[in-house]
Structure formats: C-alpha cells, structure tokens
Design a protein around this ligand. Sequence first.
Ligand SMILES: NC(=O)c1ccc[n+]([C@@H]2O[C@H](COP(=O)([O-])OP(=O)(O)OC[C@H]3O[C@@H](n4cnc5c(N)ncnc54)[C@H](OP(=O)(O)O)[C@@H]3O)[C@@H](O)[C@H]2O)c1
Length: 275
Amino acid sequence: MRILITGKSGQLARALLARLPGAVGVGRPEVDIADAASVQVALDAHRPELVIHCAAMTDVDGAARDPQAAYRANGLGTQTVALAAERVGAALVYLSTNEVFDGNQRTPYTEFDPPSPINPYGWSKRAGEWFVQNLTRRFYLVRTSWITGRGGRNFVHRILQLADEHGRLRVVTDEIACPTFVDDLAEALVRLIATGHYGIYHLTNAGYCSRYDYALKILELSGRSHIPVEPITLAEFPRPSTPPKFSALANNAAAALGITLRPWEVALAEFLQKA
Ligand SMILES: NC(=O)c1ccc[n+]([C@@H]2O[C@H](COP(=O)([O-])OP(=O)(O)OC[C@H]3O[C@@H](n4cnc5c(N)ncnc54)[C@H](OP(=O)(O)O)[C@@H]3O)[C@@H](O)[C@H]2O)c1
C-alpha cells in the first residue's frame, strides 16, 4: 500500500516510518499542513492510498497561549489534509488525544463517550476530529495519550532531565492518564490499518497513573529512587493550559479486533533499559 505520513520528524511519524518500508514522510518546510497548496502538491506527487496524519501543534501550553495558532495547525490543518486525502481517494488515519475529554469521569473514557474539551489544544484537536469525521469516508480516528519516544519532547525525558539538574522534583497527583510508548503505538497502528475496520479507536499502553506515580516509576526504574518527589496538585502548579484531571482511555474497539498494548510499566522498563 502507498502510505504518506505527515509531520515526518515527530515522535510517532519516525516510529511509523521505521516500520513501514516504502512509506513517504513529509514535513516542514516543504509540506506545511497550514498551507493547502503544499499538502495538495505532496498528495498529487505521491498518490497515497493511505495518509497517516501525525503532524500537529502538540505544545499544549503554547496552544493555550495562542489558540488561533493551535486551531490553524490542528483544526484547519487537518481539514486541509482530510480534503486532500479525499480528493486523491486515500483513506486517512488521524491521531487525536485524551485532551478531547473534560476529565470529569472517574472511569476510563470509551471510544463513544462524548468529547468535551476544556482547553485550546483539546478544542483544536476536537475540531480536527470533526473535519475527519465529516469530510472523509474512510478514516481511523485514533486517540492516544502521553506519548514517549526516544529523543522526543516528552514527560520521561523531562523528569530525567529535571531530576539530574535539580536533585528533587515536585509533580502533580491529580492529572491522570495512560502513558504510551511510541514503538507499541506504532506497532498497534500498523496492525489496525491492516484490518480495514475504519472507525474510532483508543490506543494507549494498558493501565493508567497520575503524573506523580509515573515520575516515581521513572526514577525507580532508572536508578534514581533517591531523588525526593513532592506530591503537589494542579492548583499548586500554575501553567497556561488546564489539563483534564482524569483522561485515561479504554481501548475497547481495538481490543475487539485483537489489538492490545502491554502495560505501561513494562514498556517504560524496556524504554529505560535501552536508553
Ligand atoms: N505527544 C503526545 O503526548 C500526544 C498525546 C496525544 C495525542 N498526540 C497526537 O499524536 C500525534 C503525534 O504526536 P507526536 O508526539 O509524534 O508529536 P511531535 O513529536 O510533537 O511531532 C509533531 C510534528 O508535527 C509537525 N508539525 C507541527 N505543525 C506543523 C505544520 N503546520 N505543518 C507540518 N508539520 C507540522 C512538527 O514539525 P516540526 O518538526 O517542523 O516542528 C513535528 O514534527 C499528534 O497528532 C498529536 O496531537 C500526541
């Protein structure tokens, strides 16, 4: 199958390109999803049968500071990709986020719980979902959360860096979601696109935790258990964006197809071992 992947230097795109020989990655400056002409030129040149749309403005606090920039990249950019994919007859994979949910639930969100974002990043990604659902006929809408890939901008690298720089940490206890490791996510996506079962999916590593518990595990498994971690609340950690408090994702739809991801602790241990 001819596959084109947007945002080629991002964490997930790199993992997918490594697994999908023959897939073409496109990215800035040549292909900017905010520039419809550049997207159309790329799709006309490669004539993909499937577009995996990974490009996004993923800086959640940046999105809160500049909601219009987030909407241009994640909302309008996805509209552009969806229209171009439909025009060349390609199916579409759109990566979305746990942050489309408001976080008020106490059990993991299923694929069919109603999204209700509470911050500009979530609004912009939800807008992208709407365009995908309304402008394309064959799509996989895949929500995931807390992605970690080697060398990417992610929580694991940040915790290790802050631990080594400061020798102590303060981490929130009241933000809870599913850590997800990019190799497991890419593998699950490759299996999903082979099924032809278009639809809405949640793909995360199994289990969920607070950022505080996640940090403790990162320190333990990286030989840094001696680093003290002060538990704090979101209220004590002011930041531009308001994250949903509980946004764990139930992976029901993929499990029904036999696609499951291993527990996050196992994936984290392997990630740190290879670091
Ligand atoms: N990271 C997470 O924790 C997380 C959680 C849930 C969902 N997701 C979703 O999963 C997908 C992949 O995430 P990721 O962690 O792999 O992201 P990432 O590492 O931040 O990479 C995003 C890529 O998008 C590119 N990009 C941004 N704006 C663009 C534009 N206007 N035109 C073209 N490319 C643009 C960036 O390009 P430059 O290199 O040029 O900046 C970057 O390479 C995204 O859709 C994200 O919303 C991510």
